[in-house]
Design a protein around this ligand. Structure first.
Ligand code: GDP
Ligand code: FE
Ligand code: FE
Ligand code: FE
Length: 196
């Protein structure tokens, strides 16, 4: 896939090198798996491949930043400080957008929004948001028991795949007594409980 230069000032290979340099080999393999799964969904459901590629490649860009760096960034930027108690699982998408903007000069709002909501989902999701959210869950390196069923559902209906992922993520978080981010609950109410 050739990038046009509209969204990132460089080639896909240059972006791959940047992404590879900020994460472990294992996470980089996950990112490549997300891009592959997202390409498949983009072709199936009709999303642009260049935006899909860039969103997939940068979605976990901030995942291995130190807590100190992420906390400092959240404090000094316009990001709502209410995310502070939730930890990096929640920070790396929402505050990750700030990192991607600064370090990679990506400013396309559709790409940034897909990164912002890739962990929690959202009550309002674009096609690209759904593709990245679902691809992150079903990519080929994922091995949890329900992944085969999630992959099958994603072939049938992307909204059902969002719903399935939210149900099982919430179940998992509740089983761990984890802090549930309000936007995750909002997404659950919309996609699972039918609240509009
Ligand atoms: P990854 O970055 O590829 O590992 O995947 P995600 O960004 O989708 O998720 C990171 C972690 O955050 C996973 O373990 C999710 O289950 C978890 N997560 C999703 N929603 C919430 C939430 O509302 N609260 C908390 N504490 N964790 C969440
Ligand atoms: Fe993530
Ligand atoms: Fe996810
Ligand atoms: Fe991910």
């Amino acid at each position: 896939l050739m990038y046009s230069g509209k969204y990132f000032q460089g080639t896909r290979e240059e972006l791959l090198k940047r992404v590879n340099s900020v994460m472990s080999e294992k996470r980089f393999r996950h990112v490549l798996g997300v891009e592959k799964a997202a390409f498949h969904l983009a072709e199936k459901y009709g999303e642009e491949l260049e935006k899909t590629s860039i969103a997939a490649l940068v979605h976990d860009y901030a995942k291995e930043k130190s807590d100190d760096e992420m906390i400092a960034l959240i404090r000094e930027s316009a990001i709502d400080n209410k995310i502070l108690p939730f930890g990096n699982n929640i920070w790396h998408g929402i505050a990750g957008v700030e990192v991607i903007t600064r370090e990679l000069a990506i400013d396309n709002e559709e790409i940034l929004q897909a990164v912002r909501v890739h962990t929690t989902a959202s009550s309002q999701m674009s096609l690209l948001d759904k593709i990245i959210f679902v691809a992150d869950y079903i990519e080929e390196n994922r091995t949890f028991p329900l992944v085969e069923e999630a992959r099958k559902i994603a072939e049938e209906n992307l909204d059902f795949a969002v719903k399935f992922e939210l149900i099982h993520t919430l179940e998992h978080l509740i089983a761990q007594n984890a802090k549930i981010y309000p936007q995750t609950i909002e997404a659950y109410n919309t996609w699972v409980a039918g609240m509009k």
